[in-house]
Ligand binder design. Structure first.
Ligand SMILES: [Zn+2]
Length: 116
């Protein structure tokens, strides 16, 4: 995965918008590579900083430092569900300002199952 400078990461994710459009419960339990170097199980209640076009979103690592852009792939016909990490960054000391910039500090997410 590309781990980018925060400024470059911010530029590449500037088209983000607050959460609320994607159904993150579809991806519950899928593993994804995180910018911190570990692999995490995705939980719908993890902090999503922003949504990006083409079913990509920015998920915050539980370590409070790393952000990762993940592309969600879901194809019912092929029984395919996966999360592909595209790039990430580390935001030591600068996370608060970045989050404010992205306006997704506590993005609204759909509760698992609430719309089923
Ligand atoms: Zn992580």
């Amino acid at each position: 995965m590309n781990v980018l400078d925060p400024r470059e990461f911010g530029r590449l994710t500037a088209e983000g918008r607050p959460c609320g459009h994607y159904d993150f419960s579809l991806y519950h339990g899928l593993r994804f590579d995180c910018a911190c170097g570990e692999t995490h199980d995705f939980k719908p209640w993890m902090e999503i900083v922003n949504e990006l076009p083409l079913f990509r979103f920015i998920v915050a690592c539980p370590d409070g430092v790393h952000l990762t852009v993940v592309k969600a792939r879901w194809n019912r016909d092929e029984n395919l569900r996966e999360l592909v990490a595209e790039m990430g960054t580390a935001l030591p000391h600068r996370r608060a300002a970045f989050m404010e910039h992205q306006q997704g500090v506590v993005g609204r997410r759909s509760d698992p199952g609430s719309e089923e």
